[in-house]
Design a protein around this ligand. Structure first.
Ligand code: GLU
Length: 268
């Protein structure tokens, strides 16, 4: 049996991380078609009896789309301002698309400190469990407008991994704009081959050329492999899929989709 298909099928509690690259078109504006398609697939998963938490980037790009300026400002206060504007747009889009299926969404904005403080993590867990028990889809992002460099988590791959561990998820799906992890940087090597199964994320990180960071996302492939190592340690598999491809989760479920499945030793 196809391991990727089997992993999605057997997972009840799924965290799905959606990267800025997936949500943005080539000009850096929000690609609503892609976003809508992801919401459709989340609705499919919920219809199958699964529970889903989204960790969504995109506040920055939505901010640029909404206000049409400051996209090249590097100063942290402008980045924070863009995220503060864009987070509203992002949630409005999720709210609208999920409403088509009668599903409510809830916004949870977190910072690194929230995961370090015992009381805060307990409160986040309680809120998350309540929302999910009541059939609401939590949409998590970093609280970018209060997170300056010193205190921020920095990338949503890590935030998604922390969320999956906190919720004790069965699976973390990371949707990025690449098909998975390759043995060489696929942008520079035509003969790069997709690695479909990884049993030791930490070892992989040491052995492959992870290439350049992409333009709109924060993390690049390195933070994805680190995220896999973080969740695998708790027995949670991670699946890296190309979220820019239409119906990629559905393809995984039908046995046709390809990606990289990080199935750490203790996830089996
Ligand atoms: N929190 C940032 C945003 O919503 C993105 C972080 C990331 O892409 O990893 O724009």
């Amino acid at each position: 049996m196809n391991q990727l298909k089997e992993t999605i099928e057997n997972s009840r509690k799924i965290v799905i991380k959606i990267g800025s690259n997936v949500l943005s078109d080539k000009n850096g504006a929000v690609n609503k078609k892609v976003m809508h398609n992801i919401v459709e697939q989340v609705n499919d998963l919920i219809g199958m009896g699964k529970q889903v938490i989204l960790v969504s980037s995109g506040a920055g790009i939505c901010g640029v789309g909404a206000i049409n300026k400051w996209s090249r400002r590097g100063d942290i206060n402008y980045k924070q301002a863009l995220c503060a504007i864009g987070q509203v747009e992002l949630m409005m889009a999720y709210k609208e698309y999920f409403a088509d299926y009668g599903i409510h969404v809830a916004q949870i904005l977190l910072t690194r400190d929230d995961f370090k403080d015992h009381h805060r993590t307990l409160n986040i867990r309680n809120a998350m469990f309540t929302l999910i028990d009541e059939g609401v889809v939590p949409v998590i992002n970093e609280n970018d407008s209060v997170s300056v460099d010193e205190i921020k988590i920095g990338d949503n791959d890590t935030l998604a991994a922390l969320t999956a561990n906190l919720w004790n998820a069965d699976l973390l799906i990371v949707l990025s704009d690449i098909d998975g992890v390759f043995d060489k940087d696929p942008k520079a090597n035509e003969n790069a081959e997709l690695i479909e199964l990884v049993e030791n994320a930490e070892q992989l990180e040491r052995t492959i050329d992870i290439g350049e960071k992409s333009s709109f996302g924060t993390g690049g492939i390195a933070t994805k492999i680190e995220a896999a190592a973080k969740v695998n340690k708790y027995g949670i598999p991670m699946l890296l899929l190309n979220g820019s491809k239409q119906d990629i989760i559905r393809a995984g479920l039908s046995g046709e989709g390809k990606g990289t499945l990080f199935l750490g030793e203790i996830c089996k």
